[in-house]
Design a protein around this ligand. Structure first.
Ligand code: FAD
Length: 439
């Protein structure tokens, strides 16, 4: 059977390819998948890597499978099809006094994408990662049919599927644990910091006091000398948090300016003004809870401002005892290449690292770098310093990391591949990400 072809791109425009694709709206079509070719499921297509498309793979968009199937108030759980968006789930749950405790920052992201990417929210240290909320998955594999996976039934396949980058099959639906909605607004303190280490120390000092906690550092020049920690608590206030969801469409394929607007000339004064504004005028604020859950909902232009060459997101989890040495080494590498970084942020993490999931104990450091001519050389040195300090990269976000580096960073890399092969000897699911990482 022939399918239409379409060009796909990761959000930062780093990984792109043309693939055949389809967007079925009936189960009888969805479940007709040839076992004679490669496949990959796609949610909203908002990943920063080529996780949901690949040359020679038939891309199956799950967007039309977006129904909420059941809500059990007593058991605090919701069953929904995998293509449902976080925004739709929130609009359904919040008026009933519930919400998803772990949510990445944009409302169009789908349930399937959250499970396969094992995403985290604004307070991983307190809430953990998405896998911790998943109670059941209904998974379809062309050679194995429909399987029910829970932490107790088909446990190994459940674990491979949470944070499995869509490589175990198509998630049809899932049951997710929900939490009482803490309130419609949030009181936020923006605590000024002076540099990377000061920012991390501040986060560590106040880690137990806030519902959500993350930071911003100015890194457009050689060294970061200013930043702030954003720390907040939800307030029970019926004036906010219920929707409707205000957001602008984020489309990785949208035409964008030819040049990077976050360049050496524009970014330093822009960031300087932003830092001064926060330090002097916005030390505290009360905002709608939706602005906390989905800070990028009205800001898609931020991603497009990097221009046609796009940007890279690199996020690493650094063990707490290595963070001081890591940051010293990172500042030296950054000073050598002087690539203006559009965003640099820390979050605190807690958990057990396993398989290829981005989780564990430590401090997450993420930055956005424009695709400049010296970016490859810069990132080669960053990869080495990650490995030297026992840090590992978020594979769903970094669209250029190699199999060699992933194997060095993830102790379970080889066993993960073996387990995938045991589940699916013909390895029917593949993407640009899985090919690059040799999974
Ligand atoms: C503005 C913005 C903010 C973000 N903030 C965060 C954040 O705070 N924390 C965080 O962890 N991440 C964050 N992300 C990353 C994002 O949460 C993940 O990349 C997520 O996987 C994207 O979901 P998606 O629906 O777009 O899935 P896609 O990008 O379409 O796919 C992602 C992966 O999920 C698989 N997949 C999707 N649906 C299915 C299915 N039904 N069955 C099997 N596999 C499936 C795909 O094959 C692919 O491997 C952010 C992204 C954006 C754009």
């Amino acid at each position: 059977m022939n399918f239409a072809k379409k060009k796909f791109s990761s959000l930062g425009r780093f990984e792109q390819c043309e693939s055949e694709w389809r967007e079925p709206d009936r189960y009888r079509d969805l479940l007709t998948m040839s076992p004679a070719r490669k496949h990959i499921a796609r949610g909203a297509g908002l990943s920063l890597s080529g996780a949901s498309f690949g040359t020679d793979s038939l891309v199956t968009s799950m967007r039309r499978f977006n129904r909420i199937l059941a809500f059990d108030r007593g058991k605090k759980s919701i069953r929904a099809e995998a293509g449902v968006s976080l925004g739709k789930l929130h609009e359904y749950l919040a008026p009933q006094g519930f919400y998803l405790p772990v949510q990445p920052g944009y409302p169009d992201i789908t349930l399937g994408g959250c499970i396969a990417g094992n995403v985290h929210g604004k307070n991983q240290y307190r809430e953990g990662d998405f896998a911790g909320c998943v109670q059941e998955i209904e998974l379809f594999h062309p050679a194995r049919g429909i399987l029910t996976l829970t932490p107790a039934e088909n446990t190994e396949l459940f674990n491979l599927t949470c944070g499995g980058y869509g490589l175990t099959g198509v998630i049809l639906s899932a049951v997710i644990g929900v939490t009482e909605f803490p309130g419609g607004r949030a009181y936020i303190s923006n605590i000024p910091t002076t540099g990377l280490r000061d920012t991390v120390e501040t986060l560590l000092e106040i880690r137990d006091d806030y519902d959500f906690l993350y930071s911003w550092n100015e890194m457009s020049g050689a060294r970061s000398t200013t930043g702030f920690v954003r720390a907040g608590n939800f307030q029970n206030d019926t004036r906010g948090g219920l929707g409707p969801m205000r957001h602008k469409k984020l489309d990785p394929m949208r035409p964008v300016p030819a040049i990077n607007l976050f360049n050496r000339l524009i970014l330093p004064p822009l960031n300087g003004l932003y830092a001064a504004f926060i330090h002097h005028l916005k030390k505290s604020e009360t905002v709608d809870a939706l602005d906390v859950f989905f800070p990028f909902a009205t800001l898609p232009s931020y991603f497009h401002a990097y221009g046609r060459n796009g940007f890279l997101e690199h996020q690493v989890l650094i063990p707490s005892d290595a963070v001081a040495g890591y940051l010293r080494a990172f500042e030296q590498v950054h000073e050598k290449f002087r690539i203006p970084l559009g965003l640099a942020t820390f979050k605190l993490f807690r958990g057990q690292q396993k398989h290829l999931r981005f989780t564990g104990d430590g401090i997450s450091f993420a930055f956005h770098a424009p695709h400049t001519s010296n970016l490859d050389a810069f990132m080669t040195e960053v990869d080495s310093l990650d490995v030297d300090h026992g840090a590992f990269a978020n594979l769903i976000k970094d669209s250029r990391i190699s199999a060699n580096i992933a194997r060095k960073q993830y102790p379970d890399y080889d066993s993960y591949r073996e387990n995938l092969l045991a589940h699916d000897p013909r390895r029917l699911f593949a993407s640009a990400l899985s090919r690059r990482l040799n999974l």
